[in-house]
Design a protein around this ligand. Structure first.
Ligand code: FES
Length: 171
């Protein structure tokens, strides 16, 4: 008489009694898969929430340029600050600053000391050192920029404020 143990239907359905190691592996696999999916979803939610809550602001550099001490600029000199896109000019009448951006299509102009003019390399506009247009397609003169002396005695140029021409800063 053999004593063969028969599995109940519940045991057969769950795999209990037949291959106990496989059942444990499958359950552990699905637990890990679920946790992994939850982790990925949580990370995505966190990233999206951070982006949503961050202020949607464009940080731009300050329009104010510190051009340094007035004594650094010889009389009758035209000094270009390429990074700031300005000219700092020390004329007989005093200091002033011009935008170096051409009023035609926005190219950066250049000072031509041999000719004593500011010239645009793109379409040939030419300006005097006071920004007055001499020739070319530029529709307007180069703008004068607000220039002042700081408490520390530095020349400060505010590129966001244009002023009427011929307003010199005297030191
Ligand atoms: S951009 Fe200066 S002349 Fe056209």
């Amino acid at each position: 008489m053999s004593e063969e143990k028969k599995n109940t239907p519940a045991e057969r359905g769950s795999g209990m009694g037949s291959q106990p190691g496989n059942e444990f592996d499958r359950r552990a696999f699905f637990v890990k898969l679920g946790l992994g999916s939850l982790s990925i979803a949580a990370a995505g939610t966190a990233a999206f929430s951070y982006q949503f809550l961050s202020p949607n602001v464009l940080y731009e550099p300050s329009p104010i340029v510190n051009a340094g001490k007035p004594e650094n600029y010889a009389v009758d000199s035209v000094t270009m600050d390429v990074n700031a896109g300005i000219y700092l000019i020390h004329a007989q009448e005093g200091f002033f600053a011009l935008s170096a951006v051409c009023t035609h299509l926005g190219c950066l102009t250049a000072w031509k000391p041999e000719l004593g003019i500011i010239a645009c390399p793109c379409h040939g506009s030419k300006f005097t050192r006071y920004g007055v247009k001499i020739e070319g397609p530029a529709p307007r003169p180069l703008p004068w920029l607000q220039t002042s002396i700081s408490d520390e005695g530095d020349l400060m140029v505010d590129r966001s404020i244009t002023i009427r021409p011929m307003q010199f800063v005297r030191v």
